[in-house]
Design a protein around this ligand. Sequence first.
Ligand SMILES: Nc1ncnc2c1ncn2[C@@H]1O[C@H](COP(=O)(O)OP(=O)(O)OP(=O)(O)O)[C@@H](O)[C@H]1O
Ligand SMILES: [Mg+2]
Length: 247
Amino acid sequence: MGKIIAFINQKGGVGKTTTTASVAAGMTQSGLKTLTIDLDAQCNLTTSFGITDFKVNTYNTLKGQIELDPIKLDEHFAILPSSVNLSAFELEMSAEPGKEYLLKELLEPILDQYDYILLDCSPNLGLVSINALTAAALYIIPLLPHHLSIQGLTKLLEITDKVKKRLNPSLEMGGIVLTQYNKRKVLHRDISQVVQEHFGNKLFKTVIRENISLAEAPSSGTDIFQYAPKSNGSEDYLNLTKEIINL
Ligand SMILES: Nc1ncnc2c1ncn2[C@@H]1O[C@H](COP(=O)(O)OP(=O)(O)OP(=O)(O)O)[C@@H](O)[C@H]1O
Ligand SMILES: [Mg+2]
């Protein structure tokens, strides 16, 4: 049965897409069958795998216009691309009964085809993100080591609590992962300590260091392990993948 994990944070540019893509690639390397789903109308996850020409996407499958048929990138790895149309989804579905359950319903028939289904959320807590939290078993929060990031966490946790109470009682926090981390910066060390004090073992031991290869890999249409196998980014995401598999 595929375990669904949502990578979520309403703050932009914190590493949601990089983490989804890299953890998916790490899982695939371990022989796990992995599906990634791009839930962002910006389509960054989709383009980071070099996909430009596709018919089936999150928008038309969630709307029930077309049958769910993810793109198989290799034997173990598939992706459901996004579409710019997804930006209108919330408005169009405002009167749809059970609109929070559409993704859960869509994925149920294919759960047994994968070990993991990873959801790359957009930087907001609108209907598509609520669908992600309603479908997921776990949510993982990529977090930049800044003070403003911690403030944003309160709002995010308010929403995840409400989703757990009203829509998905089995939802649990998988953990918080610090991204773009530089241990030489006092601020980064301080934030790491604050998060550790508040969240204890929910803070992943692995921190994702600042690494230029992680920023470069998407433009090559491949993942960090193929693009720069010896980079810090590759090492960190391999370690994070192991922690996630062991959750
Ligand atoms: N560890 C890292 N070191 C250096 N650059 C990184 C790192 N992680 C991500 N980046 C870069 O930072 C930018 C933001 O990352 P990413 O797109 O993964 O964030 P996001 O949370 O998905 O953003 P959005 O909210 O817009 O969807 C990208 O250009 C990415 O390549
Ligand atoms: Mg993104």
